[in-house]
Structures are given as structure tokens and as C-alpha cells.
Write a protein that binds this ligand. Sequence first.
Ligand SMILES: Cc1cc2nc3c(=O)[nH]c(=O)nc-3n(C[C@H](O)[C@H](O)[C@H](O)COP(=O)(O)OP(=O)(O)OC[C@H]3O[C@@H](n4cnc5c(N)ncnc54)[C@H](O)[C@@H]3O)c2cc1C
Length: 314
Amino acid sequence: MANEIQKVAIIGSGCAGLTAALYAARAQLAPTVLTGAMPGGLLTTTSIVENYPGFPEGVDGTDLMISMQQQAERFGAVVKFGSTVENVDLSVRPFKLTVDGSEMLTQTLIIASGAGHRHLGLDSEKILDKKGVTYCATCDGALPMFRDQPLVVVGGGDSACEEATFLTRFASRVYLVHRRDELRASKIMAERALSNEKIEPVWDSEVSEILGAGQEKVSGVRLNNNKTGEEQTINCAGVFIAIGHVPNTQIFKDQLEMDDAGYIIRTEGAQTNVSGVFVAGDCSDKVYRQAVTAAGMGCAAAIEAERLLASENQ
Ligand SMILES: Cc1cc2nc3c(=O)[nH]c(=O)nc-3n(C[C@H](O)[C@H](O)[C@H](O)COP(=O)(O)OP(=O)(O)OC[C@H]3O[C@@H](n4cnc5c(N)ncnc54)[C@H](O)[C@@H]3O)c2cc1C
């Protein structure tokens, strides 16, 4: 890997990275995909994906990602499993990546390193993950287990308000649990949520336990009022945790422009402030965070990388 200069290196193998790989491979750029610790990305952590176009019956998340990988490989993408980028030097082209201790040089770089969810940090949250605990209303809200059931949304920002409002389509009631006595969401989002008669805010409250571990299915939450110290229990079938995301962008700090939360800023299309470095998917998207939008951004990043290389006769 040391001396060969890649035309396109892709950090990440989720929907964004593998779609970028497909497009770059079909442009005969033989991209190298560095999968990181989670080959296939976040979608491999879910079972059925019902909103990825082309699968009327839904598709298993891991199966979808294996298909994307095979499709990219068919056209010449090289997928390096488990390879993690530890460091980057984007000050000069070719860019220098440190991958598992070795150096890799690349003319263009597509960053598709995704974002993780912020967790409450409770044992019961871990135990009941995907058994009623979820981090994405758009992904899971319509599941039969949540239909006509009381649900809890944890958080007080725009995402929490949006998720709570969205869930009123399915739920019998939505409790919006927030640790403060007012929402920190934008005025319009907060007003929309609070004026919805199906949404009941629960102020000054923190989740101390998610109930149902014994039955392997969420049955409620135990809340602690941080002003009065009082405890209360709310029965519910699902807990939607919307307390923020953490983009996997630490290694690019001080080299690429990011917003305060660490999302890489796209200057135009999929471009970053460094010519030759492109970005796609959840590491630069705090709005949609969907498989199909990540894939679309991966496509855009690869097309732009290809155009840059072509303009340089590479
Ligand atoms: C439980 C769950 C269910 C979901 N369900 C749906 C759904 O039904 N429909 C939908 O549209 N969306 C769903 N989503 C959201 C969807 O998974 C994401 O929007 C999508 O995966 C984002 O793709 P991405 O390529 O940007 O990032 P990710 O899928 O997060 O992939 C990031 C990749 O970057 C790699 N990486 C990170 N750091 C490094 C590094 N330093 N070096 C090398 N590689 C690195 C990781 O290993 C990984 O391969 C769900 C998410 C979760 C968690």
C-alpha cells in the first residue's frame, strides 16, 4: 500500500462509501474502500429496512450492504475490511492517510465516515436496544410493535420535536421527556410539537431506567424529576432517544471546516474546503440521516472526484 498513489480512497463502507465506490469503480478509478471497524456501516445493525427504494417487501440491512459491496467490487472497487484510518494529512496532494500504521497516498479522498448516536448510557438501554429502544423515528416509527401504543421520546431539541410529531401518526400518545423545563428546539418546531394534542411534555425529567428487560421488550420508563427528586413510571411500547449525534470526524479536525457539532461542511455539492477532498453521508448531514440520502451523496462525491481527476488529466 505504501508507494502506490490511489486515484480515489474512500473512508467508510456504509451507504455513502459503497455508493461512492460503485460510481468511482464504474468510472474505472479502482477506488479503495477502507471499511473501518463497521463494514457495511450503521445499516448492518438493523434487521428490516422498509424505506430503501426497490424493495417492496423490505430488505435486511446486512443483506443490502453486502449487495452494495458486491456491486462495487464487480466494477473494480477494492474493499479493505477492517482497515481504519487513524490519521490524515490533507495539507498537500497526494493526501496522506495512516491506515492501521501504514501510509497510503491518494489523489482524491471521499470521506463517508458516518455518525454515531448519543446514548443515555443506561444498562437497560443496551439490553432493550432494538427491542423497543430506537434512535430513529423515521426508520422504526411505523413498525407494527409501535402502532396505537404509547411511546416516549427523550430529548428537547429539533430532532426530538420532529420525532415526537412524526410518531403521533402511529402512536396512541407520545410523551416528550426533557431534562429541562423548556425545549431548546427552534420556536417553530417546539410550537408544532407542543400544540399537538397527542404529545404530552414531561419536564425536568431524566430516564433512570427503561423497563421490560425481563420480557425482552420495552414496557415503560422510570423517570426521575431532577428538581423534586420524585420518581414516576410511564408505560410505553417504545423509547425513541433523540439526544443528538456524534459525527465520526475527529481525525479531520483542524484540517477541514466543520460546524460546532463536528459535521464536515460541504462548500459546494460534495466538496469540502480542501480541493480534492469530498464528503458524503451522515458525517456531513445532520438533517436527513437516511440510507438513501447517504447513498445519493456518495454518488455525488464520486462524480465530483471523477470530474476533478478528469480536469487534471488523471
Ligand atoms: C438501528 C438503525 C436503523 C436504521 N434504519 C434505517 C432505515 O430503516 N432506513 C434508512 O434510510 N436509514 C436507517 N438508518 C440510518 C442509516 O443507517 C444511516 O443514515 C446510514 O447508514 C448512513 O450511511 P453513511 O454511509 O453515511 O454512514 P454509516 O452507515 O454510519 O457508515 C460509516 C462507515 O464509516 C466507517 N468509518 C468510520 N470511521 C472510520 C475510520 N476512521 N476509518 C475507516 N472507516 C471508518 C465505519 O466503519 C462505517 O463503515 C438506521 C440507523 C440505525 C442506527
